[in-house]
Design a protein around this ligand. Structure first.
Ligand code: GGG
Length: 352
């Protein structure tokens, strides 16, 4: 199979972990006889520094003309405490999702058995938990009208959803639920928010086309609690952009670490694959970031964009085997991990 993959390393640890993701794809190409052609492009802070634009036109053109994208992360601390900054790295990510029509973000949450003991959550609560989140990605407060008024003393962001936006993500989630345990939880805040009342109304409407799937509606505050209390009670979860962003960071604790969670963003055109973690400048340059989320994102890329199931499973098995042999990065190591088994980013990637 001949495919063009664009690598977007981005900022901070994005660069470090994406090298491992790419290496694994190269290895798969070698082992299975595929021809993957790699290209690289700028995004985020790095792109602002080079061009003044967090998503340069040249990057967008490359993305529109490839078969899949492996992305790292965007962000830089210099913008975090500067409310006056008009151009920010994150704008590159949001614009990319919008321009490429990537409205569905799939975030599988599963704990590898090897990490069960190391978790701060009791093993009996975690064992067997397997959740697939569908986070809506191109609507909500991230894209609604925002601004300042009253001499800059009042700020607002608008939570906005259209029927069409809810329908298309709901269909994706219902279809996935049909292939799993036929249970779907839709998360909203319909007791307070009008956009959530529309969300619930549309999900109920779409549900009529999937009579074999059992649907439950849950308020986001209750879902946040239940995720930690009883993660096994969830299977497929569909929710909006903001709630999905927050709940999946919380759910990363079920998988042991943010460094373990991969994601796929899909929609109308090319698919984009990225770890859910950000640029993590506190550990950038130290060579200690966990590359497994990027490697598992590469597995999702092989499976979803290229339909290469066996290749994807091979990557997942390699991660499993690496963990079984006791290798850990710092974020997933515990007091019992022997010093020599705690690896840096590059070596961990090489072992996989
Ligand atoms: N790899 C994910 C990433 O770079 N996250 C940084 C970020 O700004 N995320 C916002 C979002 O995912 O909506």
């Amino acid at each position: 199979m001949k495919k063009k993959i664009t690598i977007l390393p981005g900022d901070g640890i994005g660069k470090e972990v994406t090298e491992s993701g790419k290496k694994v794809l190269e290895q798969i190409a070698d082992c299975f006889g595929h021809d993957f052609i790699f290209d690289e492009a700028l995004i985020g802070h790095e792109a602002i520094e080079a061009t003044g634009n967090p998503l340069p036109d040249e990057t967008l053109t490359k993305l529109k003309n490839c078969d899949a994208i492996l992305f790292g992360a965007v962000g830089h601390p210099k913008y975090d405490n500067d409310p006056s900054a008009k151009i920010r790295p994150e704008q590159g990510l949001l614009k990319m999702r919008k321009e490429l029509g990537l409205y569905a973000n799939l975030r599988p949450i599963k704990l590898f058995d090897e990490l069960l003991e190391a978790s701060s959550i009791k093993p009996e609560i975690l064992k067997g938990a397997d959740i697939l989140f569908f986070r809506e990605l191109t609507g909500d407060v991230y894209f609604g009208e925002r601004g300042r008024k009253d001499n800059n003393d009042t700020a607002y962001d608008t939570m906005i959803y259209s029927r069409y936006e809810v329908e298309r993500i709901a269909h994706k989630a219902f279809k996935a639920a049909q292939t799993r345990s036929k249970k779907l939880t839709s998360v909203d805040k319909a007791n307070v928010l009008e956009s959530s009342r529309l969300w619930r109304e549309v999900v109920q409407e779409v549900a009529k086309q999937y009579p074999d799937v059992k649907v439950e509606h849950m308020f986001v505050d209750a879902a946040a609690m239940k995720l930690i209390q009883n993660p096994k009670s969830f299977d497929v979860v569909v929710t909006g952009n903001l709630f999905g962003d927050i709940l999946t960071d919380e759910a990363s604790q079920i998988a042991g670490s943010m460094g373990m969670l991969a994601s796929a963003s899909v929609g109308d055109t090319v698919g984009l694959y990225e770890p859910i973690h950000g640029s993590a400048h506190d550990i950038t340059g130290k060579g200690i970031a966990n590359p497994l989320a990027s490697i598992l994102s590469a597995a999702l890329l092989l499976d979803i964009s290229f339909g290469l199931k066996e290749e994807a499973d091979t990557v997942i098995k390699a991660v499993e085997q690496t963990l079984k042999e006791g290798y850990r990065t710092r974020d997933i190591a515990d007091a019992k991990t022997p010093h020599e088994k705690v690896l840096g980013t590059e070596v961990m990637g090489n072992v996989v």
